[in-house]
Write a protein of this length. Structure first.
Length: 69
């Protein structure tokens, strides 16, 4: 058997080719979880009241009176 027919052994080097994709996937899952928590929090009546109070305060500070949210 000649050496030309035997495939040369390639040294396999470990690369981090898929690492960036996995990191993006973990980040997206974490962002979706956090956004779900924030949506549930902002839908609560106490938070809606607080947001309305902040908006009314900002409008009164800007000189806009008589706005009810």
């Amino acid at each position: 058997m000649s050496l030309a027919l035997v495939p040369a052994r390639r040294s396999r080097k470990r690369t981090d080719r898929g690492a960036a994709t996995a990191e993006y996937a973990v980040t997206i899952v974490a962002a979706c979880g956090l956004s779900g928590i924030l949506i549930a929090l902002f839908k609560s009546p106490a938070m809606m009241t607080l947001l309305k109070a902040i908006i009314n305060y900002a409008l009164k500070a800007a000189g806009v009176d008589g706005v009810q949210i």
